[in-house]
Design a protein around this ligand. Structure first.
Ligand SMILES: Cc1cc2nc3c(=O)[nH]c(=O)nc-3n(C[C@H](O)[C@H](O)[C@H](O)COP(=O)(O)O)c2cc1C
Length: 361
């Protein structure tokens, strides 16, 4: 069976986006159980944790699921640069009554080791962000029975994934919440909207395309499928789901977002990511180009964000969310997914009537 066949066989072609800090295995299982496909966000797992996590998913469901890794570069930053970054963050730590961390020994789990563990575990689908695998790495996963999906923010990045033999590509539009996955061009080149990105990648490659970014309900699902996508990947739409572990202040920010914008920032992690604008983003805006690259800055702000969450202070938390955030709704994840798919069906029927292809009532 090809990956396109697998996507076609899903009763509901909705994939739950991996969301480090918000998604859980319970969320992934709920989506896979409802007929979509859940994703385990394994980006922050130690290599030794990956095999057991995949085994637990396999034990819990016969339905397909995905596991996601973040391709963080190995970091060996200059100590003076780390100290400067910590000095810059010190007033924020002090404000919360938290201790400024010492220079960490490790900034992120070792990607090569994570990939080795994932390949050994052989989940049904593996998805990747921030870079592109090599051909042998893709082949090893495929030999283990795993379909490989790469994230692309441009046509060139989709082609790069096609060139290494990936089975599918996730087209991440600029609307998307969380980190931008660009790896070939600079940030400006990666800011393509989901409509243009999905259509152009569909035209440029033979790979099945998964549309991501700004899809919040059945209207977005129907639109993405109409553009040629084989499935959609939704993240922000699940932030208020019962099974998500979105923290209390983060949930409150999502619910109360009103007309507040979401913005891209480098300040929290050293890699551009979209979230609800808050005080940290505003006040760090001027120095965001100076902070160390991901994963260094990400690691240095982790204790700050944890302390701010503990203190119920949304001003210093990375409130990752996409441009559609005002449409996020609470509820059981399985119910949300079924409802969106039903909505997509109604929209398709209405469009059939509107275009003269269907029977009007
Ligand atoms: C809170 C949050 C965390 C995310 N974490 C990850 C992650 O760990 N790995 C990844 O590949 N993408 C991650 N993303 C991006 C999603 O895969 C996807 O591109 C995005 O959610 C789609 O746009 P939407 O949020 O408008 O639905 C995250 C997104 C959000 C909102």
């Amino acid at each position: 069976m090809s990956f396109a066949d697998l996507l076609r066989s899903l009763p509901i072609p909705i994939i739950q986006a991996p969301m480090v800090g918000a998604s859980t295995d319970a969320l992934a299982l709920a989506i896979s159980g409802a007929g979509g496909m859940g994703t385990l966000a394994a980006g922050v797992l130690a290599p030794a944790e990956i095999g057991p996590a995949v085994a637990a998913m396999r034990e819990a469901t016969d339905a397909p699921f995905a596991v996601n890794l973040l391709m963080a570069p190995a970091a060996s930053p200059d100590l003076a640069e780390v100290q400067l970054a910590l000095d810059r963050l010190a007033p924020w730590y002090t404000e919360l009554g938290a201790i400024v961390p010492a220079t960490p020994n490790q900034f992120a789990p070792n990607f090569e080791a994570q990939l080795g563990a994932l390949t050994a575990a052989g989940p049904p689908v593996a998805t990747f962000a921030f870079s592109v695998l090599t051909r042998p790495q893709v082949a090893a996963l495929q030999a283990a029975g795993t379909y490989v999906v790469g994230t692309a923010t441009t046509v060139a990045e989709a082609r790069a994934w096609a060139d290494v033999g990936a089975d599918g590509v996730c087209a991440q539009g600029v609307e998307a919440g969380g980190h931008r996955s660009h790896f070939l061009g600079d940030i400006d080149a990666s800011l393509v909207g989901t409509i243009a990105l999905v259509s152009t990648i569909c035209a440029a490659t033979q790979l099945p395309v998964i549309a991501a970014g700004g899809i919040m309900d059945g209207r977005g699902v129907a639109a993405a499928l109409a553009l040629g996508a084989s499935a959609v990947q939704m993240g922000t739409a699940f932030l208020l789901a019962d099974e998500a572990v979105t923290s209390v202040p983060w949930r409150r920010a999502v619910i109360g977002v009103g007309d507040e914008p979401t913005r891209l920032t480098r300040a929290f992690t050293g890699r551009y990511a979209r979230g609800i604008e808050n005080r940290f983003m505003r006040l760090m805006h001027g120095v965001q180009d100076d902070v160390p690259d991901y994963p260094v800055q990400n690691r240095l702000t982790q204790p700050l964000r944890a302390a701010a969450t503990q203190a119920d202070d949304p001003g210093m938390i990375s409130l990752w969310a996409g441009q559609g955030v005002t449409l996020a709704r609470p509820g059981r994840a399985a119910d949300l997914v079924r409802q969106w798919w039903a909505e997509a069906g109604h929209i398709a029927a209405e469009l059939a009537v509107r275009t003269g292809r269907g029977l009007s009532a």
